[in-house]
Design a protein. Structure first.
Length: 277
C-alpha cells in the first residue's frame, strides 16, 4: 500500500517522538539507579536528570526538522496540505471521516483546556533539601524596636502563675481574646492547626495540641517566631516559607506574651514551656 506524504509525516513524527521518549526513559532510569547506588534518597533527584528545557529543545528540533522536510518543495507542500484540507473543508465526506471530524472538534478543546489548566495550576512539590521545622534561634534579636537575648528572655507574665493565679488566669483569658481575633483562622478553634484557611497553606499551620510543637520550645522561641513571622525564618527553613505574618507589625509586645500564655494554658496539661531547669 502506497502512503501519501501526509501519512508518512505523521508516522515519522510519531516514531521520532517515541524514540525521544525512550531515550529520556533510559537516561532517567540510569540516573535513578545511579542515584540509589550513591545513597541519595531524594525523590525529586531523578526528575532533575534531564531538565524540561532540554526535553522541549529536542521536541522543537524534531518539529522544525519535519516541517522543513515537508515544505522543501511545492509538491511536498501540496501532498501534505491536501489531505488536511480535504478532511476539514471537503463537504463530500464518508461517514467515517465525518465521525472523526466531529470527534476531533469535540475532543481537542477539552485536551487544550486540560493542558492549559494543568500548566497553570500551582504545584507544591516536596523540597529537595530537608526543611528544619524548628530552626535554631539566634542568640540576640531585634524585635518591637528592642534588642533581646533569647537565652535569658522570659515571659514577664509567667511569674503570676504562682504568685497571683487569678491575675494569671485573667492574662491568659486576654490572650485567648487576642488569639481568636487574629490567629484561629489558621491555627483553629482547638489550636490543632485546622483553621478555616489551613487547607490553603503549605506548610500547614502548627498544631499546638501536638507534644512535638510548643511543648519542646521555650516561650522566648515562640516570642521570636510570632513576632518575626515567616519572613523571619532563617535559611535552613527554606524553601517552604511559612505564611505566618509578622505580628510585631500588628500586635503589641504585651499582646504577644499574653497569647503565649493562652497557648500553654489552653492545651493539655503535659504541654508546658520548656525551661533550662
Amino acid at each position: 500500500m502506497k502512503l501519501n506524504s501526509f501519512v508518512k509525516g505523521i508516522l515519522v513524527t510519531v516514531g521520532l517522538y517515541a524514540a525521544l521518549i525512550a531515550l529520556f526513559g533510559a537516561v532517567t532510569l540510569f540516573g535513578m539507579v545511579e542515584v540509589n547506588i550513591n545513597g541519595i534518597l531524594f525523590e525529586e533527584s531523578s526528575s532533575n536528570i534531564l531538565p524540561s528545557s532540554i526535553q522541549y529543545m529536542y521536541i522543537f528540533f524534531i518539529f522544525v526538522g519535519v516541517v522543513l522536510y515537508y515544505t522543501s518543495s511545492a509538491e511536498k507542500i501540496e501532498e501534505t496540505i491536501r489531505p488536511m484540507a480535504n478532511f476539514v473543508f471537503n463537504p463530500e465526506k464518508k461517514a467515517s471521516i465525518k465521525v472523526g471530524q466531529y470527534t476531533m472538534y469535540s475532543v481537542l478543546p477539552f485536551v487544550f483546556a486540560f493542558v492549559g489548566y494543568n500548566q497553570m495550576t500551582p504545584k507544591f512539590p516536596e523540597p529537595i533539601a530537608l526543611r528544619v521545622i524548628h530552626p535554631a534561634p539566634p542568640t540576640t534579636i531585634k524585635i518591637f524596636g528592642e534588642s533581646h537575648n533569647l537565652v535569658s528572655l522570659e515571659n514577664p507574665y509567667r511569674q503570676y502563675e504562682k504568685s497571683d493565679p487569678e491575675e494569671f488566669k485573667q492574662l491568659a483569658r486576654e490572650g485567648g481574646f487576642i488569639y481568636f481575633k487574629n490567629c484561629f483562622f489558621c491555627h483553629g478553634d482547638f489550636l490543632d492547626g485546622r483553621g478555616m484557611t489551613s487547607l490553603n497553606l503549605n506548610p500547614v499551620p502548627a498544631n499546638f495540641q501536638d507534644v512535638g510543637t510548643i511543648a519542646m520550645l521555650q516561650e522566648a522561641f515562640l516570642f521570636w517566631r510570632i513576632g518575626t513571622g515567616g519572613p523571619g525564618l532563617p535559611d535552613e527553613s527554606w524553601p517552604w516559607q511559612s505564611a505566618m505574618p509578622i505580628w510585631q507589625n500588628i500586635l503589641t509586645q504585651q499582646e504577644v506574651w499574653k497569647v503565649i500564655l493562652f497557648l500553654y494554658d489552653y492545651t493539655p496539661p503535659q504541654i508546658t514551656p520548656r525551661t533550662f531547669s
